[in-house]
Design a protein around this ligand. Structure first.
Ligand code: ADP
Ligand code: MG
Length: 280
């Protein structure tokens, strides 16, 4: 048995040990038990800041391969929810599991990322002086230094992966262009591509279309839809037209709690949602 597969086998029992993650490639994740078809469990989660309940008995279940939109007014707890899933913030009470076997509350941010949870923040963090290709190459590598990445040779498989991601994010023609020359929308796609290089099981995306043109929004909706199936994708978004264009299952968050869930039409017809969110 080679070192990597034996490491992979022992991952489950070792998820609490930082040192395991030091030399694991980020695209090698521990086995996630999704026999119940649920990838993410958020159960009875509470979080207060100075006595203010930002998250209040939150329950959320994300299926394998599903695309879910989370909407809600400012201060509803959307970002705090993402912070809790990614380990940036620890809840006061409750449970957060990846599959039925990986307890995310026992892991730190790096461990959670390595377990297969990728997060895209609002502001793109691509490296502007590197080409699109190099940004993707860097994202794939488990090696932390730029030098280490570019002196190591990619395997054929890695190259294929990079090419398929380039195609998916519609940046094939820009591969050799510096990331700094891309449009705002293209940078956002590159960053999604960089996350994809690590093969996340769960992708959390915070307000992906803020500042995009209509054309870029359409392309983003297409991109997120094309990711569903292979990945579970949770999108936090304010733009109602965009959420409608994604046409996915929608969860409305209000005061840290799930107010309604369903199709966009269903939640928009929900009287309480109309009241608190749509201002009717
Ligand atoms: N680190 C923090 N310290 C104090 N209050 C916070 C902190 N993070 C979030 N909050 C509060 O929690 C509530 C939910 O915030 P947030 O999760 O950012 O909402 P949303 O992303 O839905 O707009 C807000 O009232 C916010 O002020
Ligand atoms: Mg927010």
């Amino acid at each position: 048995m080679n070192a990597l597969s034996s490491m992979r086998k022992s991952m489950h029992s070792l998820t609490r040990r930082d040192e395991v993650f030091e030399f694991l490639k980020p695209d090698v994740h521990p086995a996630i038990d999704t026999r119940h078809n649920i990838l993410l469990y958020v159960e009875g989660v509470n979080k207060s800041f100075d006595g203010f309940k930002a998250i209040n008995d939150l329950n959320l279940y994300i299926k394998e391969g599903e695309l879910r939109c989370i909407i809600g007014p400012n201060g509803a707890g959307k970002t705090t929810m993402m912070d809790i899933i990614t380990g940036k913030t620890k809840p006061d009470t409750g449970e957060v599991w990846l599959g039925s076997n990986i307890n995310l509350l026992k892991m730190n941010e790096a461990e959670i990322a390595n377990a297969g949870v990728g997060r895209k923040f609002q502001k793109p963090t691509v490296i502007e002086c590197l080409s699109v290709w190099q940004n993707l190459e860097l994202a794939m590598s488990g090696v932390r230094s730029v030098w280490g990445t570019f002196t190591a040779r990619m395997t054929g498989e890695q190259k294929d992966k990079l090419l398929s991601v380039l195609e998916l994010i519609h940046l094939k023609d820009e591969a050799q262009n510096n990331a700094g020359n891309l449009s705002h929308g293209q940078k956002q796609w590159l960053e999604i591509g960089m996350l994809l290089m690590q093969n996340p099981k769960l992708l959390l995306v915070d307000e992906p279309v803020a500042g995009m043109t209509h054309q870029e929004m359409d392309r983003t909706s297409e991109l997120l839809n094309s990711l569903a199936g292979k990945h579970s994708v949770v999108v936090v978004e304010h733009d109602m037209d965009f959420v409608r264009s994604i046409a996915s299952h929608v969860t409305v968050l209000h005061q840290g709690h799930v107010l309604a869930e369903g199709t966009m039409d269903q939640v928009q017809a929900h009287p309480e949602v109309k009241q608190v969110y749509l201002g009717e």
